[in-house]
Design a protein around this ligand. Sequence first.
Ligand code: GDP
Length: 527
Amino acid sequence: MSKTDRPDRRTFAIISHPDAGKTTLTEKLLYFGGAIHLAGEVKARGQTRRARSDWMKIEQQRGISVTSSVMTFERGGITFNLLDTPGHEDFSEDTYRTLTAVDSAVMVIDAAKGIEPQTRKLFEVCRLRSVPIITFVNKVDREGRPCFELLDEIADALALDVAPMSWPVGMGGTFEGIYDLARDRLYRPAADATGAYEGDAIAVAGINDSQLDDIVPEHVLSQVREEIELAQVGYAEFDEAAYRNGDLTPVYFGSALKDFGVEQLIDALADYAPSPRPQPGDPRDIDPAEPNVAGFIFKVQANMNPQHRDRVAFMRLCSGRFKRGMKLAQVGTGKSIAVHSPILFFAQNRELAEEAFPGDIIGIPNHGTLRVGDTLTEGETVRITGLPNFAPEILRRVKLADPTKTKQLRNALNDMAEEGIMQVFHPQIGSQLVIGVVGQLQLDVLISRLQVEYKVDAGFEPSPYDTARWVSSDDEKALDEFIGLHRSAMAADRDEAPVFMAKDAWELNYIQGKFPALKFSATKDRR
Ligand code: GDP
């Protein structure tokens, strides 16, 4: 396929600490991208979604976003796919998987707070895959920390070169707009009470242009001139190769709330962010220019519509041109799946997708066949790699209030295990299931979803185990022997792979030392 057949895509995610302004920025990106016509509709959409599915009460109560979705908008002939990542740290596994499906990320930082713990964690995930990052320092319409301090913190905390691309002209009470360093333009707040970006940038010949003396109050302007002069000698110049490599981040200052910096951010994504990148695979990597379709499932969401018990698998298309009705093979099982009703996600609506291109995300409704980590191709046996399951850090026994609901409970837990938000373990001895999650909040979500979606009242009891490891060995005899000796601590995961549950880290360590022929893995690469 020639490059001209393949529309340009930017598939990206926003990473941030809760409250930094991700929702507001998403809203504004969609607004400036023409996908929504009234700012505020992202929240509105969230509310109808909540009305549809009550379990998201938790989302409301705690003010966090638990689900993740895909939003698409177009601007200047480029299609932008924004993958929303759940904001709370307890959902790092889900977030991690979403980040395997993007080509770049925007890191949003609150100008008053700088780098916060969740920003750093998500950044590390991006770094693992060398995902290039554009930084957006938000809320400069309010009093924030000095720009130099923020830039130095980004550089030190993340070990990255920083290249300021714009500079705030004052902050908070003295805020007079944003200066674009590359294009020498001043973006001004409107004179009305909103103080929002007025829409027209003023072109100047440089920060020392005397035109600015008539526009910006002297005490603000003199300070900004000095700052910019220092910044230009003190920081790296933007270097596209270093950015693409994940070694440098261009930094934009702005205010999502007041529309500052949003268009510049879209332009930066269009100009610098990579289009779909090759994906690592086994036995070979997948190039987006290949003619045949290949993609992988990075997320499965059950019960998006409680009336239908549907399940939607989110596939990132990595190569080829996808057409509706296409038959795709599930690598590993060889099952053929006719994709008759693929869903493309737009800001407000879900629509049938007639075709899709590398970098696009398609929702595939199914009845549980598709799982996180699956690769779909037109027949070739090649697996897209790099989506591990994580070792659960919290193990709990599940206790049913009404013992006649055992079957419903099993079905419900299997559904949710398929979504990849938790693990279900079937102990070799006894019938009480053990579930494993990465964070405490997931337990609350599980209980709530069991009640609302499956009408099952259940609770959790502490389990005698603290951690779990997948056990494998090239020496089958040694493995059987180990399992025989530790029946009470053995369980099977949903693929019937053996799992050893340890009481604590010390026991795990001890057992590992005693059985050197076995491999104890904290993550399980799928199939
Ligand atoms: P999220 O948790 O990262 O999605 O953050 P939100 O977008 O919900 O924003 C958190 C709070 O910060 C809300 O009260 C927003 O109105 C506010 N906020 C977001 N962006 C800005 C901004 O640029 N300036 C100011 N002053 N407030 C902002």
